[in-house]
Design a protein around this ligand. Sequence first.
Ligand code: UDP
Length: 328
Amino acid sequence: MLTILVTGGAGYIGSHACKALAAAGHLPVTYDSLVTGWQQAVKFGPFEQGDLSDAARLDAVFARWQPDAVMHFAALSNVGEATDAPGLYWRNNVGGSINLLDAMVRAGCRQIVFSSTCATYGDRDGVVLDEQTGFAPLNAYGASKMAVEAMLADYSRAHDIAHVSFRYFNVAGADADGEIGEAHDPETHLIPLALQAATGRRGALTLFGTDYPTPDGTCIRDYVHVEDLVAAHILGLDHLARGRGETAFNLGTGQGFSVRDVIGAVARVTGMDVPVIEGQRRAGDAVALVSGSSLAQEVLGWRAERSTLDRMIGSAFAWHQKGALYKE
Ligand code: UDP
């Protein structure tokens, strides 16, 4: 059994990672400020409330739990907000990661799995991305994650920190048991918004741009089931334990869906209409972000087994219908 410090363990992806860690026999210790996370989502191990800006609190938590490794999810992750308030993203995501890595060095904890993003790549004209694609982020969210990847390489050289970064595409779906799911306040992501619009919890969904150079004019994204995504993180721990090797993996399915495709699938899976308004483009959005995962398949043995639109939307809908949004 390993003890894993999970920053952002009260968030959407972090809470699913805690469940997967506990199922694999490990102890997930959540470190979360609850600025965007939910205490009700911390169900699979101990909870330590704290902010990454608080070095003394980090030191106390490392001393108490002596984690074998860190999974670092805690970050702000809203592209629109990052575009309007870049300083917030640099301070929180980059500054927070410096504090975390310094605390790891002080505590002698030398393994980290980092939650990175395809937003590091920027817009590549519909090219299917891979790990060799150069970075060209379009917004401060992608830039902040790019900076942390560079920081990991520097800390690795100076302090012998083994690290692996997973570059996420669009994460969707919920725990098959319905214990946890996606909940943001405010919600900004397409699938939960479409479910809320279909079930009358909010008004029509606004399509952010219908004049993109894609077959139906809307943006294309690569959607990955949150359970597949966190499974890669468990494999990442084994990868670190085996010693140095590849340090970054794209976690895509190789298949892109347009915003209209997703809305159509939500209508089909739920049997409900999704009211839609055609709106303007959202600043900072890439036209298309799609990646294969051949490196993760070859090196980690990872497969996106659950990442069909039906399964992602079906599990998200089940969670939504339970009324299990944490706030209520
Ligand atoms: N989107 C949209 N209306 C919304 C929310 C999202 O048209 O109310 C589009 C967005 O422009 C993008 C896709 O849906 O092309 C996925 O957006 P999301 O915010 O879920 O994830 P992102 O791609 O920004 O990580």
